[in-house]
Design a protein around this ligand. Structure first.
Ligand code: BG6
Length: 471
């Protein structure tokens, strides 16, 4: 432990959710389809209905927040509840649902932090190419403008997108998400760039609207360490992987353009899959304008990676079952992930490396000094919780969260402006490629009955949030 273990005044202790992972009611109340609906039905492994039935039980979840001192909640709006096909006719029932939800947050003294897009693009937009098609950027801006105006009296904190890189990576490189393609690095980078342009357009629209709140974006970032810090090849491999997952996003967010070396690596990477990037002068103008307007950025952090140079065949499988050791990540001309001796992993092969969060936060401060404020918008541990004699003893999760908060505090003491921490997740919910055996919640959900039960971590988190002291 370090320093005073006390969080700054006003620090937010929150929980996180995402519409598709908690709401259920995927085909109800006028909601339009998203690509995941079709994908999950084709796969037949699990359904996102009713998930944690948040659509009907948000009052109960907000009561739990209030009781356990959770004073912030990340919520996302499902685009297709507002515009069922992504654009055009508005679904009033969906609009009213979010009014009720945001008002209930206020009634329970829980500040909503609202994301406009959390992996749930409308099916029709997906079919038209999603963000690879620039018309979708126009549609997203229209949706964002609608939400800013509609919810201006209820929402103060906005995030445009959740995890642009995860979206691009899982769809175009890992191929594990709907309409997945594998090893198309060019498409992944183009998609990231176009989504950053969409982010910039929404930020500019928000500021032009003269609204009083704050706006930013959430990125999932992991430091990429060379597996052998003395190997030139591993350093290059880590740097290439870093461009795909971190640097492209951070340059676009804070510099408003790509540094020369970032751009050079982007072109190299696109060329590996035989593509060329379409990055226009007007895109850079928008990114530059938005770079000064962002109020904050959300950092989602779960793990770090150790990267070794790799020139073999592409070989990527993700672990979507919780069978330890069943994943592999090796991308020709980029690098392969290797385990460092002595480190632990989760059952899903995610390396537990809390120091990486400190390195990441310090890196942002040093490399992008114009950042204004950060939140840890997601951090938490996927775990196979057991419910025995009315108790859910999730000590490994408590330990995971405690260590990450400890390193967050060290970064705060090192001068990084971090103003909140949101546990992923508030309650157990639907996990994109794992369904329901990968639990993250502070509150256990019995998916048969939809009853909620506080886990040991919820009691631990309550003590933290009420005192601001990390014990
Ligand atoms: C983040 C996402 O990447 O990780 C969440 O924002 C997601 O939506 C979380 O659920 C954990 O990932 P997974 O695959 O373990 O559910």
């Amino acid at each position: 432990m370090y320093g005073q273990h006390v969080f700054p005044q006003g620090f937010v202790f929150g929980g996180a959710t995402a519409a598709y992972q908690v709401e259920g009611a995927t085909h109800a109340y006028g909601k339009g389809l998203v690509a995941w609906d079709e994908h999950l039905a084709q796969q037949g492994r699990f359904s996102a209905d009713p998930a944690s039935d948040f659509y009907n039980r948000y009052e109960e979840d907000l009561e739990l927040c209030e009781r356990f001192g959770i004073n912030g909640l990340r919520i996302s709006i499902a685009w297709t509840r507002i515009f069922p096909t992504g654009i055009g006719e508005v679904n009033k029932e969906g609009v009213e649902f979010y009014h009720r939800l945001f008002q209930a947050c206020r009634a329970h003294h829980v500040e909503p932090y609202v994301t406009l897009h959390h992996f749930d693009s409308p099916l029709e937009m997906y079919r038209a190419g999603d963000f690879l098609n620039r018309d979708v950027i126009d549609a997203f801006e229209a949706y964002a403008r609608f939400c800013f105006e509609e919810y201006k009296d209820e929402v103060t904190y906005w995030f445009t997108f959740n995890e642009i890189a995860t979206n691009a990576l899982c769809r175009f490189i890992e191929g594990s998400w709907p309409m997945g393609e594998k090893y198309r690095i060019d498409k992944a980078l183009q998609c990231e760039h176009n989504m950053m342009v969409a982010h910039a357009r929404a930020v500019i629209a928000y500021k032009q609207g003269g609204y009083a709140g704050e706006i930013g974006i959430v990125h999932c970032l992991h430091i990429k360490y060379p597996y052998d810090p003395n190997s030139r090849e591993d350093i290059i491999a880590a740097s290439r992987d870093d461009v795909i997952k971190n640097r492209l996003l951070l340059d676009a967010t804070f510099r408003g353009s790509y540094a020369a070396d970032t751009r050079e690596i982007m072109d190299y990477l696109a060329d590996l899959s035989g593509g060329k990037l379409d990055i226009r002068a007007e895109d850079i103008e928008l990114l530059t304008k938005a770079a000064d307007l962002n109020d904050c950025m959300g950092v989602n952090y779960y793990r770090s990676q150790f990267v070794r140079a790799y020139d073999g065949e592409n070989d990527i499988h993700s672990n979507s079952t919780g069978d330890k050791g069943s994943s592999r990540y090796a991308l020709k001309g980029v690098g392969e992930y290797r385990m460092r001796e002595g480190l632990k992993t989760t059952d899903w092969d995610w390396i537990i490396y809390p120091e990486g969060l400190y390195d990441l936060l310090m890196h942002i401060k040093l490399a992008y000094p114009n950042y204004k404020k950060l939140y840890i918008t997601e951090n938490g541990m996927g775990y196979k919780d057991t419910f025995e004699n009315g108790i859910i003893d999730d000590e490994p999760r408590i330990d995971y969260i405690r260590q990450h908060l400890d390193w967050t505090l060290r970064a705060v003491e090192g001068g990084v402006n971090v103003m909140g921490y949101f546990v992923w997740s508030l309650q157990d919910q639907f996990s994109w490629t794992n369904g329901y055996n990968k639990r993250y919640g502070l509150f256990y959900v019995d998916f048969e009955t939809q009853e909620r039960y506080p886990k040991a971590s919820a009691y631990w988190f309550e003590q933290l949030s009420r005192t601001g002291h990390l014990l």
